[in-house]
Design a protein around this ligand. Sequence first.
Ligand SMILES: [Zn+2]
Length: 308
Amino acid sequence: MRRELTLKKSVEFEGKGLHSGHTSRIILKPAPEGTGLVFISKSGAVNQFIPYSVESVVDTRNNISISNGRALVKTVEHLVSALYALHIDNCIIECFSNEIPILDGSANEFVRKIMEAGRVEQTRNREEFRIINPIWATLDDKYIVALPYNGLKCCYTISFPNSPIGTQTYTNVITSETFIENLASARTFGFLEDLENYQKNGLVLGVSIDNVNVYSRKENKAINSPRYNDEPVRHKMLDLIGSLALLNFDIKGFIIAYKGGHTLDVMFTRKVINIYNGINQLYTERPYRVDASFYIHTGSSDIEKMPS
Ligand SMILES: [Zn+2]
């Protein structure tokens, strides 16, 4: 168990949004314990508060977008990945447009400036959840499964046949230090041949050779120089950690992901939250329920014979 942390002072970032192509600015501010990660959209007449929670996630197709129904913030995943890995549990993120700057396509600059600003320990203990029984989520041929482990470890496999990426597997014990060392610099990636189609659909309008790790299927090569020879799979692990940040508690387990992505990552996180909430409810519930509907549903079944 550790204490919750926040930033020592505010940090500011400015840059292009990957999808909108517009310049965007954000300010990260220290927040009291128990706050969690809360985005404040300041682009309208009234400030809109969007807590980073599964209930706020509205789109996972090409990025993680969150909304409170009145304001939307896109492409939050790399920022929240850095915050989760660096244990910045409580933070206000003021957004002056509807997208988080993509910067160099990785979490590098987020990590650098957060570490420069410094972290402060608060008095409250950070909640944690240890995986005791396996938890999994599947989508088509993709899966994510979590097994017991004393720490947080991740093994990720991606498969892009007939491309220079091919199949890559990467395993990492995730701590703040290993995140900085092995994951933070891994950039988002894409194929040159898909660019036109994306842009026709109003996506990746801010893309450039400086913010994406580009590959060509046709030429079977990387266009810009990769930072690691398995940079794509490392980036997918970085993205997965961005979804784990939705938990709002630490998770202890060995997470094995095969061909994950934002949609499956969030499905998995949602499942972990449901199980965590169920367990908490089990131990805090009063022994006798006052709502009659509980007895109607359980009245006919023999609890003793139910599988545990
Ligand atoms: Zn990403």
